[in-house]
Design a protein around this ligand. Structure first.
Ligand SMILES: *Cc1c(COP(=O)(O)O)cnc(C)c1O
Length: 477
């Protein structure tokens, strides 16, 4: 198969086509939109079949090579090998929990959550691009826990990158705090802000909105809209399909459909599945699982999109899904409106003006054309699901994965394997596991060591000037 050059444009239409590596360094496109491939690469059934014997890093180099057409293939292969070197051999193990459901294990990385899958690749890719351009980059981000730790673990010790990660003082779990603050690498800067997550996020937005400051100090971002993350996440949909069809008679493999249930927050993970489906992976349905913060479930069920404010967002026992304004949804809307940037802009203008958009006339297309359906899972559902899965299979699943299993069960179809993405390990959420099952999870000696290690964090008031001074003094230049 030939590699056609893929370029990236903005969902709002105001960006000259860019190569993949440029989109890695930028956050939002200059017009406020998100970078999307001008044309989604495609994989025919024969090529897909030809990838069956590849290891995960080899497969990742193939799939990422379709997006990153400006990075030499042998460099990509080296990067994916390095990114997943410390994972178990399979990298992404699959295991059945009975009842037609198989878990796709995405939490084998250093922070025990699926964000490592993309972040480990992004760490390699950023280093590569910066080396080639002879530049440095200072990543500034805000985290409520998972994204920040995955970013720090992926970027620690990298020569041309430093990380400034803002987190809300006293609002992360002891485990999440330890995962970030126990790092003692010189290029990792933890900043605990006296405030909530939104305060951290606002500080970051104000700094990166000041283009003079941003360019003077070479600021960048690795947030969930980063296209490198979306592309790296598409890989495991290919992998999971190949592993499920290993068990299917060869003559029935071509076009054999499976469904995926995806515990969702910012719509990043499921968007990657949407791209994988568009590229040619035989996916029947993508089942979006929401927790009580179910803006997206409401949208996919009714066609009415009504984002909620931070004040109307509940703190739940699947905290990484406590999001009421999913930034990656814009990339789906872009497809829905036929890639017309004016209609994308209209959509967001309507939200600004009236607080919601009514696309109920389009709603039947969500399933019929794109295969996306959805459901909501509550705290009681999580507890019942964790308990039921443990009783039936002996497996312990984390609360986010439990949301996925609950909603997956409501969408099972005969003869269609249902794959649930396991987005975190239960050890990260020991309290909910105890509440559901009475089981006290043992931490490995390594994790115990991490919890007991000295912590490195700078406490800061919620003040833009203080942050500017800190970054100016510690940034790579
Ligand atoms: C980030 C996260 C999610 C949500 O993923 P999105 O890409 O934001 O939809 C789900 N589960 C866990 C454990 C996460 O860390």
């Amino acid at each position: 198969m030939t590699r056609t050059d893929v370029r990236y444009v903005s969902t709002r239409g105001g960006m000259a086509p860019q190569p993949f590596s440029e989109t890695l360094l930028e956050g939002l496109a200059p017009d406020g939109g998100l970078a999307v491939p001008a044309q989604l690469p495609s994989v025919d059934a024969e090529t897909l079949e030809g990838w069956r014997a590849l290891t995960y890093p080899q497969l990742a180099a193939e799939v990422l090579g379709l997006f990153a057409t400006d990075i030499p293939r042998e460099d990509l292969a080296r990067m994916t090998a390095a990114a997943y070197a410390d994972f178990p051999d399979e990298v992404v193990p699959l295991r059945s929990i009975g009842g037609g459901i198989t878990l796709v294990g995405l939490s084998e990385g250093p922070t025990l959550a699926f964000k490592d899958m993309a972040m480990q690749f992004l760490g390699q890719a950023l280093s590569h691009v910066l080396e080639r351009k002879d530049q440095v980059l200072n990543i500034v981000g805000a985290t409520s826990g998972d994204t920040g730790s995955a970013a720090e673990h992926a970027l620690r010790g990298k020569e041309r990158v430093s990380v400034f990660m803002l987190s809300p003082q006293g609002r992360m779990s002891p485990f999440q705090r330890a995962q970030m603050y126990s790092l003692d690498d010189a290029n990792v800067h933890n900043i605990a802000v006296a405030g909530v997550f939104d305060d951290c996020q606002n500080l970051v937005k104000r700094l990166s909105g000041d283009l003079d400051f941003k360019h003077a100090h070479r600021l960048g971002a690795v947030n969930s809209i980063n296209l490198g993350r979306i592309a790296a996440q598409a890989v495991y949909y290919f992998w999971a399909w190949l592993r499920v069809t290993d068990a299917v008679e060869p003559e029935f493999r071509r076009g054999f459909e499976v469904s995926f249930a995806v515990p969702s927050g910012n719509f990043g993970n499921i968007l990657s599945g949407f791209y994988a489906k568009g590229m040619g992976v035989p996916i029947r349905r993508l089942v979006l699982a929401a927790n009580e913060n179910n803006v997206l479930d409401e949208f996919f069920r009714t066609g009415v999109y009504r984002p909620r404010s931070a004040a109307d967002t509940y703190a739940t026992s699947s905290p990484s899904m406590d999001i009421s304004k999913a930034s990656n949804l814009e990339r789906f809307i872009h497809e829905l409106v036929g890639r017309d940037p004016r209609r994308v802009a209209d959509f967001f203008r309507a939200i600004d003006e009236q607080g919601f958009v009514d696309l109920s006339a389009e709603q039947p297309r969500f399933d019929a054309e794109f295969g996306i359906v959805s459901g909501t899972s509550t705290h009681a559902d999580r507890l019942a699901t964790i308990r039921a899965v443990h009783e039936a299979s002996g497996e312990l699943i984390d609360p986010h994965t439990a949301d996925g299993v609950k909603v997956a069960r409501d969408h099972l179809e005969p003869d269609v394997p249902m794959l649930v993405l396991e987005t975190a390990k239960p050890q990260k959420f020991a309290e909910t596991i105890r509440e559901a099952t009475g089981i006290e999870l043992e931490l490995s000696p390594e994790l115990r060591g991490m919890l007991d290690a000295p912590q490195h964090v700078t406490e800061m008031v919620d003040d833009e000037q203080a942050l500017r001074e800190f970054i100016a003094a510690h940034a790579l230049h």
